[in-house]
Design a protein around this ligand. Structure first.
Ligand SMILES: [Fe+2]
Length: 382
């Protein structure tokens, strides 16, 4: 048994996890980036892993403090401790690949179907196909072969500056409308959106690609680029700030970024949110095209290929789909719960009701991210 253990430390320097350190793993400390830092310490006598251990090693790209409530709730219910490794999705994939068959990863959680598809394609998930999860998670939000499941939903919507583009909800009703001349009519500056390298944008464009095919999607993407208020820069929050400041009159963003600003303790951020309205696109018309519903993406996870604590991992994923965990897990990042009957946060409710695009399921648009990026590149979407 190794005498070295890896302490996972969050940004507040609190120890949030512990995992054994083989010599090989010590060489990969450099992979822990983003929300965490790491240090190796000698802790003789500690145990982690093994078939009877009461632990589950969670590798997650989520980094919301309130998620800790979920891990505590799971521990109280099962006695299974959650060891946490936090890093962006690409770093998690690199790390698990480097760890190989000895990887302590039991559960991998990430955001966006594109990342879940990549993780499956990298052969890092094992098939689960669990009856309980199949019952709780709608078919369009889980892998069709049972390798991963969505646990929260987020919509990528159109936002508008309520003072500068009052009638936006009447004239911008679809993602398709973002390519129309009405966007820059009456001296308006146009659309704010982040780069084509962003996986959320790739998933949205993949859903359009799957609806209309390459030729029409390319024409649409060129129209959107033409209608941009500036070259893409910054994250979704940066688009919202620019939208409130009048750099453009429309923006594309995930809903939770607006909810986060609306709930902020900082009055300036609440002021930004108060200037912004939400349009859930594609609500009316032919369900195969214009009326297919708003694009919804997921945060989700599955069992790691070589999970040393497989049973605990299954119990953990099943717990994520319980109403108790759903209420916390979704609200920790202001997302919509995945499981029916769990109440939606009041700020999200205030954004309005909507029909979701179920025509383009998460597997399909997750798989087409690469093709979507090619179309965006051709359209010169930076
Ligand atoms: Fe995000």
């Amino acid at each position: 048994m190794s005498d070295y253990y890896l302490l996972i430390v969050n940004i507040n320097s609190e120890v949030v996890g512990l995992t054994p350190m083989t010599l090989k793993r010590r060489l990969f400390l450099g992979f822990l980036v983003g929300g965490g830092a790491a240090l190796a310490v000698a802790l003789p006598g500690c145990q982690s892993g093994g078939p009877t251990a009461k632990v589950v090693n969670l590798y997650t790209a989520r980094h919301y403090e309130a998620d800790n409530q979920v891990y505590e709730g799971f521990f109280k219910k099962t006695g299974i401790k959650v060891n946490l490794v936090e890093a962006p999705a690409d770093k998690l994939i690199e790390r698990i690949q480097s760890e190989g068959q000895n990887s302590p990863a039991d559960v991998i959680v990430t955001v966006d179907a594109g990342n879940l598809v990549n993780t499956k394609n990298a052969n890092l998930f094992q098939k689960l196909d669990d009856g309980q999860l199949n019952g709780a998670v709608p078919a369009n939000y889980r892998d069709n072969e049972g390798y991963w499941y969505g646990f929260t939903r987020r919509s990528r919507v159109i936002l508008y500056n309520k003072a500068l583009f009052k009638n936006a909800p009447e004239v911008i009703k679809t993602y398709e409308d973002l390519a129309s001349d009405v966007v820059k009519a009456d001296g308006r500056k146009g659309i704010l959106v982040r780069s084509s390298g962003n996986v959320y944008n790739q998933s949205l464009v993949a859903s359009i690609l799957n609806t209309y095919g390459e030729e029409k999607t390319l024409a649409w993407a060129k129209g959107v680029v033409n209608n941009m208020a500036r070259q893409p820069e910054g994250n979704d929050t940066a688009q919202l700030k620019a939208l409130a400041a009048g750099v453009g009159e429309l923006a594309i963003s995930n809903t939770y970024y607006l909810a986060r600003l609306a709930k902020s303790s900082n009055p300036e951020e609440r002021d930004i949110a108060s200037k912004i309205g939400v349009i859930f696109p594609n609500q009316a018309g032919d369900p195969q095209s214009q009326g297919r519903g708003s694009h919804f993406n997921i945060s989700g996870g599955g069992i790691a290929k070589n999970a040393p604590n497989r049973d605990n991992a299954i119990a953990f994923l099943q717990y994520l789909a319980t109403p108790e965990a759903q209420a916390v897990f979704a609200s920790s990042n202001n997302e919509y719960p995945m499981v029916q009957g769990v109440p939606v946060d009041s700020v999200l409710q205030g954004f309005g009701t909507f029909k979701e695009d179920t025509r383009n399921d998460a597997v399909t648009f997750g798989r087409k991210n690469g093709d979507a990026l090619k179309v965006m590149n051709k359209a010169d979407w930076k």
